[in-house]
Design a protein around this ligand. Structure first.
Ligand SMILES: Nc1nc2c(ncn2[C@@H]2O[C@H](COP(=O)(O)OP(=O)(O)OP(=O)(O)O)[C@@H](O)[C@H]2O)c(=O)[nH]1
Length: 694
């Protein structure tokens, strides 16, 4: 809980009405590790040079595996059933996830495990095999969870074991994927980089695994590196994370060290799925993807009973029935089988056409013998940051709607609803888990659906108490009532924990304070590392905070945050007028004390971004009718007198008048070109000015 004035977030949110039917944002007590901001933006820029795909290529067809969507066989080709995959009894099945802090080597380790068990022929093997979205490969990050089935003969008993491995993303924006995959498992490999040690996400993900009662096997990775300190890291895992490291494996995913030991430990320490006495089928949907030919492909883990090809199944949340056309395992290619029983992880195809029919977290049961109770589903992912998404060309509105619907199927945390803005036309107000999530969605819409879109300035969700009536949530500054029609505004706060080497404690404290942070605690860890705890407004964190932490600590610090509640602050709405016109999508809510500095930097940035025109373009940052900062883009002056040699002054005046009129007309009717960067300028403004006080 953040300080005395913070409310309990969950209780508070449940007592409030939803914003326009949208799930209330930023309301759970979920642990997150931040990232995004400029880092994400620059990653996007780096990826921007990649050629676009042809129009109409679906996200599934565009990628090659189960997460971005499985590679579809041509519709005419009959699936070949291979029941070798289902001959393994339940006691020889192991379901596990790989969890770690970002870049500690999960995907590389998954590659080595796939190779060691010959799941993929050497011809098809490539680095980070499970990161099969183009975007994942380019950015070197995992965005979607990925499942793969490994067949492993354990040398100790010579028996065949089926290991279902789920690779999970490391970045906070995708941490809901981690919780989803962990619910389908009995164990987890906790990968810790031997050169770095325990990081914020190591802790956060281990806690999720512990909450799910998973057996955890620590893997100390990258021991091939000179700077590796495996002994120190083992001590740190034991002392800081609090888990036993007696079965820890010293490994190098890159050099292939310790891989056999990891496989052996998986078999020995991770328990098999528990056979249930019930005959009724219950399978948990942990992911789904859309395929242009086959409809929705559903990924599930069978918890009870058996699921068979040709049987009729029911999706319990929606009550819809479907006949199973195909079921199979992920090897990691889709291999059809005739049935999957308790403990197995696989996919099914059942001619499901709509997004709503296959919800992640739903339970699949048998129509003939339905289960009475559904499995506990997943907590709905709650968006933290909202932004308007508009097509550059109004005629693409329906295409954008269709694309968002398909993306949502594969990305449960994305939320959207139609929005009509006088400045931007028809579009959608979308909710994201953070700026990296926003960035990934924007890029997927552009690449996989060939859409040109503009995203507007991101905003967190504020709570507003109007003079009349109950408080309500506002995720779009345009919806804020006038100051004389509101009593107060509250903003969301987070409890922030930064783990850093001692020498960077000072710069990080300075940064946190400049972002309106309130110091809560400082704890010393082993080996000169420190945890700093602050309460901080979420709005200050979702911009470039993560990048600032990284740059001030030379990349050594990591951070994690939990939403803690709402607090009243002196908040105001700042509008931006460009060329005398209010540009609503540039409006933002900020602390009154920061308005001058932020306004000054924003107008300066916009001056650099907005292209010059034939006339002067004034840019003003305003609070109500008061201008707090301004700048002017000078006109590109055309010399209309160039052709007027000497002579008559009245002719010159006539030409100048005509030019002035032209400028006026342009100002009156013409539009200032606002490029996409202009809408994101607020994210990049310098927030560490001298007047940043609470
Ligand atoms: N030297 C060395 N490098 C490694 C090892 N394992 C992984 N790496 C490198 O570390 C970087 C990150 O590895 P990934 O496997 O992408 O890490 P990840 O944890 O999957 O990253 P996210 O999916 O983004 O969370 C890559 O450049 C790998 O080549 C290792 O054992 N030794």
């Amino acid at each position: 809980m953040a300080g005395g004035s913070a409310l309990d977030m969950a209780a508070f949110v449940s007592a409030l009405p939803a914003v326009g039917g949208r799930p209330l944002a930023a309301a759970d007590g979920r642990r997150c590790v931040a990232g995004g901001g400029v880092h994400a933006a620059s990653a996007a820029a780096a990826a921007g040079g990649v050629p676009r795909r042809a129009r109409g290529v679906s996200m599934v067809a565009a990628s090659k595996g189960p997460a971005g969507g499985p590679k579809s066989d041509a519709p005419s080709r009959k699936p070949v059933i291979n029941d070798d995959y289902t001959s393994v009894p339940t006691e020889r099945i192991r379901n596990l996830s790989i969890i770690a802090h970002i870049d500690h080597g999960k995907s590389t380790l998954a590659d080595r495990l796939i190779q060691a068990t010959d799941a993929v022929g050497s011809r098809d093997m490539k680095e980070q095999l499970l990161d099969n979205m183009d975007l994942e490969r380019e950015r070197g990050i995992t965005i979607k969870l990925q499942a793969v089935r490994l067949n492993y003969v354990h040398p100790a008993d010579g028996l065949l074991y089926a290991i279902n491995l789920i690779d999970t993303p490391g970045h906070v924006d995708f941490s809901y994927e981690v919780s989803r995959s962990l619910m389908a498992c009995e164990g987890a490999l906790l990968v810790v980089d031997a050169t770095q040690g325990v990081e914020a996400q190591t802790l956060a993900n281990t806690y999720i695994a512990m909450e799910n009662n998973l057996e955890i096997i620590p893997v100390i990775n990258k021991i091939d590196m000179h700077s590796a300190e495996p002994d120190r890291v083992i001590r740190e895992v034991e002392e800081v994370v609090g888990i036993d490291c007696s079965n820890a494996v010293l490994a190098s995913a890159k050099a292939g060290i310790g891989i056999e030991e990891i496989l052996s430990n998986i078999v020995e320490f991770i328990p098999p799925p528990q056979e249930k006495a019930t005959e009724s089928l219950r399978a948990l949907i942990f992911d789904s993807a859309y395929d242009a030919y086959r409809g929705v492909i559903v990924y599930f883990r069978v918890m009870d009973g058996v699921i068979k090809k040709g049987s009729k199944v029911r999706f319990m949340a929606t009550g819809r029935d479907f006949e199973v056309d195909e079921i199979g395992v992920l090897s990691p290619r889709m291999v059809p089988v005739s049935e999957l029983s308790c403990g197995e992880v696989g996919y099914l195809v059942a001619g499901i056409k709509t997004v709503e029919d296959a919800r992640v977290g739903d339970t699949i049961t048998n129509v003939r013998l339905p289960a009475t109770e559904a499995l506990p589903g997943y907590e709905e992912a709650k968006p933290m940051v909202f932004s308007g998404v508009f097509p550059s060309d109004a005629s693409q509105f329906n295409a954008l709607k269709d694309a968002l619907q398909k993306l949502k199927l594969n990305d449960a945390a994305l939320s959207f609803e139609a929005e009509n803005s006088s400045a931007m036309g028809f579009g959608f107000r979308c909710g994201f888990l953070g700026l990296l999530h926003l960035d990934v969605v924007q890029e997927r819409l552009e690449r996989e659906y060939d859409l040109d879109i503009i995203t507007t300035a991101p905003s967190v969700v504020y709570r507003v108490k109007p003079t009349k009536g109950d408080a309500y949530l506002v995720d779009n500054p345009a919806d804020l009532p006038d100051p004389n029609r509101r009593e107060y505004i509250e903003e969301p706060y987070v409890r922030l924990e930064v783990i850093t080497p001692e020498e960077f404690v000072g710069p990080i404290m300075e940064l946190s304070q400049s972002r309106r942070g309130e110091f809560v605690d400082m704890r010393f860890l082993v080996q000169g590392r420190t945890t700093l705890v602050y309460d901080l407004p979420l709005a200050e964190l979702v911009t470039d905070f993560f990048d600032c932490i990284k740059s001030r600590s030379k990349g050594y610090a990591s951070m994690e945050y939990t939403l803690s509640g709402y607090r009243k602050n002196k908040l105001v709405k700042m509008d931006v007028c460009v060329n005398g016109e209010l540009i609503e999508p540039l409006s933002c809510i900020l602390h009154e004390d920061n308005a001058y500095d932020i306004g000054k930097d924003l107008t300066k940035k916009l001056k650099e971004i907005i292209p010059r025109a034939q006339f002067k373009i004034p840019i003003q940052a305003m609070i109500g009718a008061r201008v707090v900062a301004s700048s002017t883009i000078s006109a590109l002056r055309t010399d209309v007198l160039a052709k007027c040699y000497g002579g008559d002054i009245s002719r010159k005046r006539k030409l100048l008048d005509k030019q002035k009129k032209g400028k006026k007309r342009l100002r009156a009717f013409g539009k200032v070109n606002m490029p996409q960067e202009a809408f994101m300028a607020i994210v990049a403004v310098d927030r560490s000015g001298p007047s940043t006080r609470n």
